[in-house]
Write a protein that binds this ligand. Structure first.
Ligand code: GLC
Length: 543
């Protein structure tokens, strides 16, 4: 394959698995590693190149695994290290890489390190966490706010008379990354998994690792509105993303580089574009892929999802990328509403074509390939503490973490027991089994897109350029050596003629309306409402 000299992750499609909800193998209503192993054939059939598995480490589950009490083991609810080794071997045997979720910003409050740290002010572990004296009035040391609760992020610890800091839940105390012993311990945790054959890491809330050493108050956000989530009341100027962060990241990267092969570091970074791209590092020596959530925001509401808005954001992202940096795109994850709910079923398909044909590594959230929607959760089934804690009451993130619907059997083939979160009401209709049978399904579309990407380097690693067209559509080209593809998408849900320009000719290789494959065209393409097409070009293109 022509991509031989590039790191594998540039041409890869990453599939995110939320392990609690993928497949339960032992009948406790919660997914597990053996469950993923039982579904490896599905991942192979679908055609993804890597899986990112959300945390499965020992955890009291205050934040469903993002509160870790041991970095180098598996929580019994998910299985054992032996299960893990078997899973890695099975995925590797099918040429699917394994990316783990690394959660370095905070541990669980039950982690032995924190248990020791909170014993006394002079405990050798004390400085592994962030402790401060109360302010003169006895209150918290500053105004920093928890992203999980929307309240002050400091928790008073009566035993030692100091506050500790937690950017998320009180059960998730932040580690002090300015302490070299913390860095060393966390690097060793990375090595533990690299030694077991892991191919890369997605790093949780990476921009939070460096905080202001003077602990200055965050400024009040003058644009804070009644509809904003509470944590937007402050601008996080000092509580995160501080000088020194890139040194921390490149040190982490060097740990991965101790190992052969190309092992990517992927950063979860909710930051404005200019700041985001700095995380590639001054010499491209920090993260390989700083998660780019701009598509996710563009798809937030149907009103913002327009050809003009998308071409602007794609252009801005392209223009902001440092020379030689590789792009990436995300449309969904375990924290954000499902794309099919935000855009509707028809445009979710168009969004999938976009995600899988832009230049850059795409991350696909499990069940988005089914057009799965966010599931309303009855109050007595809500589990997410972020939702339950938030003033004003929200559904939190449970609606996007519901079990994968596999087939028409009991609990849609996810579990022999009542699942930990309810299945979608539509589970039987949108299940993998039902959609596999239907060539017009979202699943069939996703599979065809992935197959085409695998066959055609132009779509995976080729150059990208906008194609100016007449008619309200988004159009661009992907080019690699002598192959060129034209992608045209209708975002307005309106049938239209899109003039591509004189001399442009080609053949439809893929369409959301599958019966058009093979159709020849010249100068223009007719799009049905909510249609997207991939055309292999046989004519000349405006340069
Ligand atoms: C990240 C995770 C989220 C978690 C939080 C705290 O944003 O994606 O699920 O709750 O970090 O670890």
């Amino acid at each position: 394959m022509v991509t031989r000299n590039r790191p594998w992750w540039q041409s890869a499609v990453v599939y995110q698995i939320y392990p609690r909800s993928f497949q339960d193998s032992n009948g406790d209503g919660v997914g597990d590693l053996q469950g993923i192993l039982d579904r490896v054939d599905y991942l192979t059939w679908l055609g993804v190149n890597a899986v990112w598995i959300s945390p499965f480490y020992p955890s009291p589950m205050a934040d469903f695994g993002y509160d870790i009490s041991d970095y180098v083991d598996i929580d019994p609810i998910f299985g054992t290290l032996a299960d893990f080794d078997r899973l890695v071997a099975a995925l590797h045997a099918r040429n699917i890489r394994v990316i783990l979720d690394f959660v370095p910003n905070h541990t669980s409050d039950r982690h032995p390190w924190f248990q020791e740290a909170r014993r006394s002010r002079s405990d050798p572990r004390r400085d592994w966490y962030i402790w401060r004296d109360p302010s003169p009035d006895g209150g918290p040391p500053n105004n920093w706010m928890s992203l999980a609760t929307g309240r002050n992020a400091w928790e008073f610890d009566a035993t030692t008379g100091q506050y500790y800091y937690h950017a998320f839940l009180g059960e998730q105390p932040d580690l002090n990354w300015r302490n070299p012993d913390v860095r060393k311990a966390m690097h060793d945790a990375l090595r533990f998994w690299l030694d077991r054959g892991v191919d890369g890491f997605r790093v949780d809330v990476l921009w939070h690792l460096a905080k202001d050493p003077q602990f200055r108050d965050d400024p009040i956000n003058p644009n804070f509105g009644a509809d904003d989530p509470p944590y937007r009341r402050l601008i996080p100027q000092y509580s995160a993303d501080q000088p020194g962060i890139l040194d921390i990241v490149s040190e982490m990267r060097r740990v991965l580089e101790e190992y052969p092969g190309d092992r990517p570091l992927i950063g979860e970074l909710y930051l404005p574009l200019k700041r985001l791209v700095e995380y590639y590092g001054p010499n491209l020596d920090a993260v390989h892929l700083p998660f780019n959530f701009s598509l996710l925001w563009a798809a937030w509401t149907r009103a913002k999802w327009t050809a003009a808005a998308l071409s602007r954001l794609i252009g801005e992202y392209d223009g902001a990328l440092p020379h030689g940096a590789w792009p990436n795109w995300v449309l969904g994850n375990h924290d954000q509403p499902r794309v099919a709910t935000r855009l509707g079923a028809a445009q979710a398909r168009v969004a999938m074509v976009l995600l899988l044909t832009l230049r850059g590594t795409p991350t696909l959230y499990y069940a988005d390939e089914l057009g799965h929607e966010s599931v309303p959760i009855p109050p007595d089934r809500m589990r997410d503490p972020f939702g339950i804690n938030m003033p004003g009451g929200t559904q939190g993130r449970d609606p996007v973490r519901t079990p994968m619907p596999w087939d028409g059997s009991m609990n849609s083939g996810f579990s022999a027991a009542e699942p930990w979160l309810p299945l979608a009401g539509t589970a039987a209709v949108i299940s993998v089994e039902a959609q596999k049978r239907d060539p017009r399904s979202m699943l069939s579309l996703t599979k065809s897109l992935l197959a085409l990407r695998r066959r055609e380097p132009a779509l995976a690693i080729g150059d990208w350029a906008p194609l100016p067209v007449e008619g309200e559509a988004l159009a661009y080209t992907r080019r690699w050596q002598d192959r060129c593809f034209i992608v045209v998408l209708d975002l307005e849900s309106r049938a239209k003629t899109v003039r591509l320009g004189d001399g442009v000719a080609g053949r439809i290789d893929l369409s959301i309306h599958s019966d058009r494959v093979g159709e020849q065209l010249s100068g223009a393409v007719e799009l049905a409402a909510d249609e997207a097409v991939i055309i292999s070009s046989t004519g000349s293109l405006p340069r």
